[in-house]
Design a protein around this ligand. Structure first.
Ligand code: NAD
Length: 282
């Protein structure tokens, strides 16, 4: 990349984490959200995380300041004209994302790579809306992006191999392990993980075992670091339900439909760790 500027659109959970991760690895980043307050909040959260690392002795103060100095706030999308790579991490809404790409294509240079962090939308469908689909791909980070090593790199039939290689090189420089996936519902991780969680919830629903025993069985019997229902609580049961519904719809398979306990817990506002209760109480 010429000037090594990574633009991140959406300063929420993932966008803020992705910006921090790139800054930690020496890239100048530009962060923008639809509303200036949201951009500021995103930056404040990054600052809080860095301060906490300084307070606990995990990070030197100068290093934290250096990381923060690499995160720049954009006040207008037009400021993305000098970016080399843009990662979109806005709300999971097809039409909103497409509208953004159309604006972005008019602003960024011809060589700028555009990646989406979408978890459940088809990269090929999104790509079909761009004038230049050869520079568009899925770059799917995991939460938190500063800590989790895996990135799924999702290719469409239009993607240029050079673009794919460049993204792979950038991620390697950030210490990430990229896996290449051809566009398909749920990519690799969610396609395998969500049915696993769903089957665990169905075992619970049919009274085969208690939540704690299901998790213990999978931890101690298969060397999983956490049981499936614990993982579901960590992801958020609303997110699990949403991904399962999208998988059921796109794969046209009933068994992906969310289990009764997932639906009921979401209805009751028990979304997992983030609300203090899900399959387990925290
Ligand atoms: N949360 C996760 O664990 C996770 C993991 C991997 C991928 N993802 C994907 O990342 C994306 C973002 O998820 P999140 O959890 O960070 O969501 P979030 O709700 O925390 O953040 C989304 C942000 O996008 C902003 N936004 C909405 N419309 C916008 C627009 N038109 N332009 C600019 N900003 C806009 C919102 O104001 C918000 O700050 C989604 O596509 C999601 O599927 C999420």
């Amino acid at each position: 990349m010429n000037k090594e500027i990574v633009g991140i659109i959406g300063a929420g959970t993932m966008g803020g984490g992705i910006a921090q991760m790139f800054a930690e690895n020496g890239f100048k980043t530009l962060l923008w959200d639809v509303n200036a307050d949201f951009t500021n909040k995103g930056i404040e959260k990054i600052q809080k995380r860095l301060n906490k690392s300084v307070e606990t002795g995990k990070l030197a103060k100068e290093r934290a300041e250096d990381i923060l100095s690499k995160i720049n706030k954009a006040t207008d999308l037009n400021e993305f004209n000098e970016t080399d790579l843009v990662i979109e991490a806005i709300i999971e809404d097809y039409d909103v994302k497409v509208e953004l790409y159309k604006k972005l294509e008019k602003i960024v240079g011809a060589e700028t790579i555009i990646g989406s962090n979408t978890s459940s939308l088809s990269i090929s469908d999104l790509s079909g809306n761009l004038n230049t689909p050869e520079r568009f791909l899925g770059i799917h980070f995991f939460n938190p992006p500063t800590k989790l090593e895996l990135v799924e790199v999702i290719a469409t039939s239009s993607l240029s191999p050079q673009v794919s290689q460049k993204v792979n090189d950038i991620l390697t420089r950030c210490g990430k392990s990229a896996v290449k996936v051809n566009d398909s519902p749920g990519f690799i991780v969610n396609r395998l993980l969500l049915p696993f969680i769903n089957e665990a919830a169905k075992l619970l629903d049919s009274g085969v075992a208690k939540a704690e025993d299901i998790d213990t069985a999978m931890r101690l019997g298969t060397l999983h670091p956490a049981g499936p229902l614990q993982v579901a609580d960590l992801i958020g049961l609303d997110i699990c339900k949403d991904i399962l519904e999208k998988l059921a719809e796109s794969l046209q398979q009933e068994n992906y439909k969310p289990a009764k306990s997932i639906v009921d817990l979401v209805k009751a506002g028990k979304l997992g760790r983030k609300t203090g209760e899900g399959f387990h109480v925290y």
